[in-house]
Design a protein around this ligand. Sequence first.
Ligand code: NAD
Length: 356
Amino acid sequence: MGAFYAGFIAEELPVRVRFARGGRLELAEDMEKLGCMRALVLTTRHQAGQGEQIVSALGSKCVGLFSNATMHTPVEVTQEAMEVAQKLEADCLISIGGGSTTGLGKAIAYHTDLPQIVVPTTYAGSEATSILGQTEKGVKTTLMSERVQPEVIVYDAELVVGLPAAMTVTSGLNAIAHAVEGLYARDRNRLSDTLALQGIGAFVDGLPLVVDNPSDLDAREDTLFGSWLCGTVLGQVGMSLHHKLCHVLGGSLNLPHADTHAIILPHAIAYNESAAKACLAPVAALLGSKTAGAGFYDFAMKLGAPAALKDLGVTKSQLDLVADLAVKNVYWNPRPVERDEVYALLTRAWEGAPPA
Ligand code: NAD
């Protein structure tokens, strides 16, 4: 697979993106632009305190706080939150949190078309896509709709200062994964490639700095910028084997999202490197490595990322099921997805070994 492309269409939905330290306390300005007067704030239980801060900053422009956003966006929680939004006559949603909270806001917007303001506190990048993943009776499904694309994103570096070091690293690798797979996507284009390489570069430079000094606001802002770029790539082009494996592992074994991405990334990229060498060469160069797969493994290990699926509680016997599911309904991939090869990849990821 070469790095050549000729002609492309870029379609972007109108989104207001604001980078501002302390921006979470000035959301009335964003509401005004949307013509909204009654915000419902969404958080997880864990981040209810951050939600309260926004509630008090908004005063009469806020009608309430719903602090039960839950991982994997269960439809029952969406239903409960929609009833609250309706009862309080909310005219917009403010989601402050990671991908799970953003997911709840998107799910409500999908049914109600309420405008969303998202204030991200991780690097997952969901705020930059019109993709919604949700779970019903234990089955996770994904849809794409313009209705779920948030209208406003406010990146406030002060909020990610408190993101624990371990999550900082895994969430950063999660963001990088969107951009790297974007580089060999069938529908990639000059714009998505540019965003992807800038996004990966922002994390390669910025993650070591924020791990060393979590309060480095400049580096936090740079990594948030990277997460916007990487999330935008995810929203623009198709994903491949890496995302398929993470969806299967997350869906069938209920593994933590960002940790799974961090462990699989070097292996999935190494798997595809022979078929997409030209596309991945600039990434290897950014990492100062001969190959992108080995470069990501070394980068992740230096940052203290988890390396082994067995450390997430996966048993070796479960790898058979994962390999079987991974070769069903495969996402387009630059290299054919062979069951035995995928099993070998998973075995190395399970052990925590470097990629093949
Ligand atoms: P998360 O939102 O599930 O957060 C994990 C935990 O960390 C939560 O308890 C949360 O409250 C807490 N947390 C978040 N930010 C924090 C901070 N700054 N300080 C302290 N604690 C904090 O984690 P995530 O990795 O951001 O999101 C994962 C979910 O997002 C998955 O369900 C995934 O499928 C989804 N996702 C969707 C898209 C999309 O485009 N639809 C893209 C990426 C991820």
